[in-house]
Design a binder for this molecule. Structure first.
Ligand code: SAM
Length: 239
């Protein structure tokens, strides 16, 4: 068995944990305080996140997509594969070292997506970008943490709160899509999305794509019309 080799580490801004990069042969692992956040051998759900979003928005005239969390670049690369020449992607990455790793030891994994002219990388909290402007994006793709029950930093809870989802709603174009990765379903969170005014689909995906692996969840939340009374609506999409 090849032993894991420590490559680098960095502090997550805003009282987060320590993010570290490890390598074993051709395999890479990013960990938060020692717990694995992601592994290069299983990126089926990160790819699916991009494919599900692009199936809904990539054919729009000039699609604008915001991706929160660069990680190993798989969601970004899969987005670029589906997006036409007129599409643009903004990638927000909170930890500058992650961008450095993607330009260095991780760059071959997803095929150098940061070099694509359609990509702008911003080394900031994705929440700050979501707050900037109304109706700015056709899709907002969040894989910043470990889903609504975060791992990386407490401040990410805002993204999944009613206030955060309301802000994401306003940052989307009409019929824009908010897509969120999670390790597992969370019925309360799906209902929160619905109450904000999203039409919600909860999609089960596999960590290794067609090869199976762990089961993860992606919420595809389409910006619908605002509800007049959020709490009295019945939940149709989730059944
Ligand atoms: C699980 S990884 C993303 C994996 C990515 N989808 C891929 O395909 O490789 C989560 C990433 O989000 C970053 N992150 C965490 N909180 C963030 C935030 N608030 N804003 C932007 N990036 C954040 C982490 O540093 C990490 O790089």
């Amino acid at each position: 068995m090849i032993p894991w080799e420590f490559i680098d580490s960095a502090q997550v801004p805003g009282n987060g944990g320590e993010l570290s990069l490890h390598k074993r042969g051709a395999e890479f692992s990013i960990r938060v305080d020692g717990d694995e956040l992601m592994n290069s051998r299983a990126h089926g759900s990160e790819d699916a996140l991009a494919e599900l979003v692009c199936a809904r928005v990539a054919r729009r005239p000039r699609p604008r997509i915001l991706i929160g969390g660069l990680g190993m670049g798989y969601t970004l690369a899969a987005t670029l594969q589906q997006l036409g020449a007129r599409g643009l992607v903004v990638v927000a990455e909170l930890v500058p070292a992650v961008v450095t790793w993607n330009r260095g030891p991780l760059s071959d994994l997803a095929g150098h997506p940061l070099e694509d002219d359609r990509v702008t990388v911003r080394q900031v909290d994705v929440a700050d970008i979501i707050k900037e402007k109304h109706r700015a994006y056709d899709a907002i793709v969040l894989d910043v943490d470990n889903g609504p029950d975060g791992l990386t930093r407490k401040a990410n809870d805002w993204l999944y709160s009613r206030a955060g989802l309301d802000t994401a709603y306003r940052a989307l174009q009409p019929a824009g899509v908010l897509a969120i990765w999670s390790p597992s379903p969370n019925r309360a969170f799906a209902h929160r999305l619905h109450r904000v005014g999203f039409e919600v689909n909860e999609v089960p995906v596999r960590a290794r794509g067609p090869r199976g692996g762990g089961r993860h969840t992606i919420w595809l939340a389409r910006r619908g019309p605002r509800k007049r009374t959020g709490s009295s609506q019945t939940h149709r999409e989730l059944g």
